[in-house]
Every structure is written in C-alpha cells, then in structure tokens.
Design a protein around this ligand. Structure first.
Ligand code: GLN
Ligand code: ZN
Length: 761
C-alpha cells in the first residue's frame, strides 16, 4: 500500500508557529521556546501521518520562514550585506535575510508560482562562495527517525532553485544563473551523503519549474544536474516531484529519462494532460507518484473517480509501482477541519483540509491494495452526491444569467474619451486631480468596534453610530487636506474580499482555515461553494452616508470579481470563469444601485487580477479574456457620466498592459513607486493610454513620509511620458496599515505637490 504526501502546512492547526515566531521576533520568548513549538508541530504531523498509515512521509517540509530561503541557507548563499561569517547559519542571519534588520533590508519576496505563498528570492552571482551551511534537512530526518518515523527528506531541486533565483545587484547581463549548477551540486552531494549515512532510503527533489515554459537549454540543465548527482544518489530511491500544472511534452521526455531517478511525481489535478503523456509512455520499472488529492483546494476528493483514474494508471505502470499522492504540498490548503465546529454540517461534509487529505490518500492506497474501507468510500460518495444536488449550491436564475453572458461582449456604449468629457462636465475636477485608494488607517479602536459588533456585544445602532463617526472624521480630514475625490475610508471592512463574501450568497467562512502567505503571515480565504448572488445592497448605505457629508465627489468602493475569485477557495465543480461571471453579475447589481443612489464615481478594485495569470503562456489569453470581460460586465450598464475607477496593487503590468486597457475603466490607479519606473517605460515605448491613470506617487508599505519635492519630482517624470489631462495623483495603495501620524503629512505633501505642478502647467 503505497501512499505519499508531497508536503504539509507548517503553521499548525491554530497558527501555533505564527505566534511563536512573532513572540520570538518581539523578544518576548527565547530561541529555545520557538524551537520547542516547531519540534512539537513537526512531531505531531509525523505521528499523525504515521498513524494514518502513510508510507512515504515527508520531512524538511517544515520551515521557520520559507523552503527556498532554507535552501539558500543550506547552500550558504547569504548575500554579503548580512555580514555572515561562515559556520552553521543561525536564527540571526536567517531572519535577517527574511525580514531585514535595523541596518539592512530584507531580501526580495515573490509569489511561489501561481499560489498566494511567497518565497524569498535567492540573489546569486559569479562571486557567491557556496558552502554547506545549514544541516536542517539532515537534522529533521534524524529527528523523525528518533521518533520512530522513517521519512522522505525533501529538498528544493538544484535546477528549480537556480531558476527561481535572480542575479544579485550589479551582476552583468551576460551572467547565467544556471552556470552556478556546478558550484551548488557539490553541496547537494554532501547533503545526500549525510542523508544516506543517517539511513534515508528515499529522497525527494522538488522540481516544480518543470511545469513552466522552459527552453531546451533550461531543460538540458535537469539532465546535466541529475547525471552529475547520479553516483552520489546510487543506493537511494530518488523521487522528482513536479506540481501546479501538467509537465509539457518536451519536459516530460527529459524528466522521464533522467539518470539515477526512481520515481516521478505529477499533479494530476491541475495537470490533466499529464495523464495522456503517461498513457503514451512511462519508463518501465519506475515509480509513478500520482497526485490525485488536490493540495490547492479544500474540497473532499471524489474518491470513486480518483480510484478509477488510479486503476487506469496501475495498468500502465504496474501494481507495485504506483504511489497515491497529493497534487502538491498541502501547505496551500487549510490545516484541519476538526477546528471548524461552527461550520454548517452539510458544507463541512463536502470539505477536506490537509489532515483529511492525508486520510484520503491513505484510503485510496488501501483501496488499490484490495482493502477498500467501504464505509469511508460510501460516506464520501454520499457527500459528493449531496454536493451535486444540494439546493444551496444551485441557483438556476444565476446559472442562466451567467450562461447568457458567454460569447457576447459587454462594453460601455461610448468610448472612453467621450465619457471622460461627460464626466468632467459633471465633476469639474482640477488638472492632476488628487485621490486615495480607499482605506484609511484602521485604529485599534476601530477593530474593537467591529469585533464587539460581530460578537453581538454592541448593538446595531451603536455600531452604525461609531462607523459614521469614523467616516465623518475621514471625510473632514480629506476636506482639510483639500483632496479632490474622496473616499469613506472603509472602516466597516475587515478585509476587502471577506466583506463582500459575507454578504453574497454562495460563500462560507472558516474559523481556522488559515493558509501561509509568507513568513508568519496567513490568509483565511472564504470558500465559494455555491452559485453567487447578491441578496441586497452591500455598500450603498455607507457610501451614501459618506456622500451626504460632503459636496465633493465620494467614490463608491467595491472589490472586483476577479479579485474576489482569486482570493477565495473556489468551487471545483464548474470552471473558474463561470464562478467569476456570477460574481461579476452580483457586483454589477451593486454598481448600478450605487449609481442610482447618486454616487458618481465608483472604484472597482482588481488588486489580484494579475495574480491569477496561468503559469503557461499558452493559457494567458483565455484567462485574460474572461477576467477582463468579467470586470467590464460589472460596469457596462452605467451612464457616461458615472466615472469607473479600478485599482491594482502590482507593479508588473507591462506584459498585460493591453488587457488593462481593454478593461475600459475611466481611471486606473496602480502601484508604481517601488518599481523603478518599469510601468512608465510601457508608455514611453509608445503604448497609448487614453483613460485616466494614477501611478502611485509614494509607497504606502513604508512608514517614511515623502517630501513635497520628492512627490513633485515623481509627478514630473510621469508628465514627461503621459498626457497632463489623464494623470491622477494618489498613493500606491490603501492606507489601512499606516498610522494617522504618517498619513496626514504624507497626503498633505502629496496635495501640495499636485498644486505646485498645477501652477507650472
Ligand atoms: N480599496 C482597497 C484599500 O484601499 C484596496 C486595497 C488593495 O488594493 N489591496 O484598502
Ligand atoms: Zn492596492
């Protein structure tokens, strides 16, 4: 009975690691305290998997911050600015790289493939002196062994490690990261030797970059690397694990011919085409680790269907060579359903978090071996059936309305420049109009108010009065600052997706469904389980209340459909675009109600539009088409005089600029100040942008207060590239995480800069 788990969440069922880390960072607990929490988490996970019956249990899947940073530590590739002097890397150096310290900023962080997890990007150059500087993988293997659990240690594979790195600052363009392969392999060999000596019989190399679009040089690097490792690896079983998509045909050929490799792991949930490749040929005598249990979602597996897939595969690779596995590390799903006592019973029966997925993997493996747990399978079948037929999932009117959208286009009737003229007549804004992105500082007091209201410790009347009071303060402040287009400050919102999810039907919420985003940070995505509709207006009351307090235009503030989709756990029983269209229709209703209530400017945030971009280029067009279409659906019905804004907090737009233009918003505000003008270069290169655009003039992620001159200088640089009449002046993103002591002077300088430049035009 062969079962395997690619990796497991580190945070703990109640975010124990988060709290231990943060307390250690704050100097409130010792390194030993932190190590104790970590060791307890690891041992409980190993025991749980062993008790369940999992054969190939992973180790080194734990991390104090990030597995790529762990690999950087293993290789001793510490950038010189952290002043590391050799020896085993300790918490000091490790956390300085992760988070920066008083004198040096952190290393860059970026998204791990198309997940919401972020890794620390290695900075490499020809000068890096690699050395074996973290024995974590070996230590964890030994630690598990001492607890009586023989594990499969996991390493980020050498080629993926290099492909996920970036050249260090100042390294010449001619430098190729892959040229470092020969320098890092000796360290990998040392690790492998130690693992062998410690008694390991399997080792797993994660090489997820194999699912990307790789040219032949890059593919070649895999053959080179594993040939070089072959003799060291001999005597060990070697698994190369891929995930997040199917492995392209060429990569599959390279992968399955790697020397010294015993098994190959594939994501069979997202990588459905891989199945055909396997059917077309799989090397004899090798193990297939079949990732049929979804590590990216929270749905219970359809065990009957997985079993039949597995039986098909068994016929190809042989009974003793098939291993049931997860599609990827379970770190991308929530930890344990046990901690959701309040979740509706029926919905709960449709779900499986990491702990439950481990049980599913095991049940499938047992069934393949002829020991099917009939009771477990029939309970699962009943839950699958109830999910298919439950009236809470299906809303026929919504299905029909969403189906009717497909194939047809939705655009506002008038073109953007005519619309902007009509809006200007109504709004009468100065040139270089100023605005903010939506949220204002969320004080402790505000959080207390929301918490007490939610816990029913505060009456509705008291709550409304408190929020109104806050809105009034925010409105007054903006008037004093002389900002042109105001916001209400979003004091009633805890989170820009949760706020809407709670009011839309088809969404469920967990108490502990946390997923690591980076370091100690976790997110708790809502679960979209059914057809989405909007029973009643969601923001109209607050927006009209705010508008009644000022004669200046007040922006209605909504989260767009693509962002709601990308930041939720999404249904797997219909394509993503269908769910997105449903959300778009719900937001459309809200947009139209806001317009009817007299709100003339409406911002529809699409902070996460780029995030959903598929890993492979061949799939980009399809995604962008439906994502942009969904956005347009939300506002295609408004009058010319209603100004639609959108906001995106991501600076890499250049590759999707045409899709952004195609969103056909009247004004877009975007993050810009941290991206070294990358954004502006698009326009410099001649892309014409006719709509209003507000590239952020200062970074809200830092407490630093920008001076008027500095902001004016930024605006001037923009004016050199963009036409004066389309430029807006605004910060990079919402101000929710900042303090008033920072926000007031920063916005005051921003407005002063805009006014200064107006006099010079
Ligand atoms: N309107 C939101 C805010 O200001 C936008 C946040 C975001 O883009 N992430 O907080
Ligand atoms: Zn933003």
């Amino acid at each position: 009975m062969a079962s395997h788990v690619v990796g497991y969440p580190r945070m703990g069922p109640k975010r124990e690691l988060k709290f231990a880390l943060e307390s250690f960072w704050d100097g409130k607990s010792s390194a030993a305290d932190l190590e104790k929490v970590a060791a307890d988490l690891r041992s409980s996970i190993w025991k749980q998997m062993a008790d369940t019956g999992i054969k190939y249990i992973p180790s080194n899947t734990f991390s104090y911050y990030d597995q790529v940073l762990d690999t950087t530590a293993m290789l001793g590739a510490v950038p010189p600015r952290y002043g590391w002097n050799g020896g085993e890397i300790g918490f000091d150096t490790y956390f300085s790289m992760a988070r920066g310290n008083a004198s040096v900023p952190a290393m860059e962080m970026t998204k791990w493939f198309d997940t919401n997890y972020h890794y620390i990007v290695p900075e490499l150059g020809p000068e890096v002196k690699f050395s074996y500087a973290s024995h974590k993988a070996v230590n964890e293997y030994k630690e598990a062994k001492a607890l009586g659990v023989d594990t499969v240690p996991i390493l980020v594979g050498p080629v993926s490690y290099l492909l996920l790195s970036k050249p260090a600052k100042g390294v010449g363009k001619a430098f190729s990261l892959l040229s470092l392969l020969d320098k890092i392999l000796p360290i990998y060999k040392e690790v492998v030797c130690e693992l062998k000596a410690a008694g390991a019989s399997w080792i797993q190399f994660d090489e997820p970059t194999l699912v990307m679009d790789l040219d032949s040089d890059r593919l070649q690097a895999f053959s080179q690397a594993y040939s070089a490792l072959e003799s060291t690896l001999s005597g060990l079983n070697v698994l190369i694990e891929t995930y997040f998509a199917d492995v392209p045909k060429e990569a599959y050929k390279v992968l399955t011919s790697l020397k010294g490799v015993t098994g190959f792991g594939f994501d069979l949930v997202r990588g459905t085409k891989t199945l055909d490749l396997i059917k077309g040929g799989f090397p004899t005598g090798k193990y297939l680790f079949a990732g049929v249990v979804d590590g990216r979602n929270i749905w219970a597996n359809d065990l009957a269907s997985s079993l039949s897939t597995l039986q098909g595969l068994e016929a190809i690779v042989g009974k003793d060579k098939l291993v049931v596995s997860t599609s990827c590390s379970l770190q991308h799903t929530a930890v344990d359903l046990v901690n959701e006592p309040k979740l509706d019973k029926e919905i709960k029966s449709w779900l499986a978090f990491a702990a439950q997925k481990v049980v599913e993997v095991n049940a499938l493996a047992k069934a393949l071996a002829g020991q099917k747990d009939e009771e477990f399978f029939s309970a699962n079948a009943a839950a699958q059936a109830s999910r298919k037929s439950s009236p809470r999932v299906t809303n026929e009117a919504v299905q029909k309305a969403a189906a009717a959208l497909k194939g047809s286009d939705h655009r506002r009737a008038t073109n953007v420049s005519a619309r902007l003229d009509a809006q200007q007549k109504k709004l009468n804004l100065p040139v270089l109009p100023t605005t903010t992105i939506g949220s204002f500082p969320q004080t402790m007091e505000l959080r207390r108010v929301r918490r007490e209201y939610k816990a029913k410790k505060m009456s509705e009347d008291e709550y409304v009065a408190a929020i109104k009071e806050e809105i009034k303060k925010v409105v007054q402040l903006q008037e004093e600052l002389d900002i042109d287009v105001l916001v209400h400050g979003e004091p009633e919102r805890n989170d820009m997706v949760e706020y809407f999810g709670e009011q839309l039907s088809g969404f469920a919420f967990t108490a502990n469904g946390w997923v690591q985003s980076y370091g100690s940070r976790c997110v708790k995505p809502p679960i979209i389980y059914g057809d989405v509709s909007r029973p009643k207006p969601m923001t109209v009351f607050w927006s009209t209340t705010a508008q009644s307090m000022t004669s200046r235009p007040m922006k209605g503030m909504l989260t767009g459909p693509v962002t709601i989709l990308n930041w939720s756990f999404v249904r797997n029983d219909q394509p993503r675009f269908e769910t997105c269209y449903q959300i778009a229709l719900a937001i459309k209703d809200e947009v139209e109600d806001l317009e009817k209530a007299g709100i003339n400017v409406i911002q529809i945030d699409e902070a996460a539009l780029r995030e959903g971009l598929p890993l492979r280029k061949s799939e980009h067009t399809f995604y962008l088409d439906w994502a942009v279409h969904s956005f347009r659906i939300t506002n295609c019905g408004v009058k010319d005089t209603t100004q639609i804004h959108t906001h995106m907090c991501y600076s890499h737009f250049n590759d999707i600029i045409h899709s952004i233009i195609d969103m056909d918003a009247d004004v877009i505000t975007i993050e810009n100040s941290r991206s070294d003008e990358k954004l502006l270069s698009v326009f410099r290169e001649g892309v014409r942008y006719g709509a209003g655009i507000g590239p952020g003039v200062y970074d809200i992620h830092s407490p630093r207060i920008p001076s008027t001159e500095e902001i004016a200088d930024r605006i001037n640089k923009m004016l050199a590239v963009l036409e004066t009449n389309i430029l807006w002046v605004n910060p990079d993103c919402g101000l929710k995480t900042r303090k008033y002591a920072e926000v007031k002077p920063a916005l005051s300088n921003m407005v002063a800069a805009a006014k200064l430049l107006r006099t010079q035009l």
